[in-house]
Design a protein. Sequence first.
Length: 363
Amino acid sequence: MVPPSSPNAHMPWWSWALPALGWVALVTLFGATGPLALVLTAALVGTVFAAVHHAEVVAHRVGEPFGTLILALAVTVIEVGLIVSIMLAHPEGKPTLVRDTIFAVIMIVLNGLVGLCLIVGGARHHEQGFQARGATAFLAVLVAQATLVLVLPNFTTSTAGANYAPAQLGFVAVVSLALWFALVFVQTVRHRDYFLPGPEMDSEGDHAAPPPARAAWTSFGLMVAALAAVVLMGKGLTPALEETLASFGAPAAIVGIAIAFIVLLPESLAALRAARSNRLQTSLNLALGSILASIGLTTSAVAVLALVLDAPLTLGLDQANTVLLLLSFAVAILTLAGGRTTVLQGAVHLVLFATWLFLVFFP
């Protein structure tokens, strides 16, 4: 029997009700402030959950590794929409938003989500296995992408500060996108078996029958509707979010971190469920794939917008965050190179995640 939470079970009522309520809230509360903004925020979070649920249904229909790719794309569309909506509202005043959001995605996923998955899975199954070849392929692209986007701008000489010149920004956007497409080709065509669970990693959930084509197409339509609502609600919530953060004296990076947490929450729950069911390969495909899609697609989309609007874009990290990024890469390489993990590696990743969050508020 398929578990009730499985994507191919009968469509739950909330999966279509939440997008509908999201559109109602969008039409009636767009640009609201104060308590009404909280209602719009709740509608946004619920619609995000619905969007990712429907992406899971479509993903289960098409199978691995295409399924996790669809989930990563759905989350990235939400992320790009929220960033672009805020940039359009403040074309001159948010030069670090993209940097803060991308770096937050990396730290949340690579340390927070991966750490939790290893602890949840390790606590129940003691030791878990995955395809080391697939994980190292993800890491190779991630290290290259993140270094080009977040570290290299600090060392170029065409412009002052942590910025790229327009030609440099265009080049980095193109090569980041090219790296992502190369990974997608390897993941789905040339070396698809690198990203599939091995026989020893099999679990009961992997044999659940996929949903029928009609259910998958219905979910696809609802996913598109939910994604559109999320992007528009993000634009409507921007003034209230900034006003609230300013009243608390929160660091500027909190806006980007809030975006990252919103878009990653549903996908994170899916990854944790997979780890608990001894499907760590699926967890890593979801987690690492979402980072690479975020860097490749978000950077490219926002770079084009910045060049068209002639808007400032600061990408380079400061020294402390650069150290944390490189340390996270080193630990991830050690964790994922062997193909087996325990709770110890999860604890190390969570310590790095906690360190990053602490330094956000106490730099």
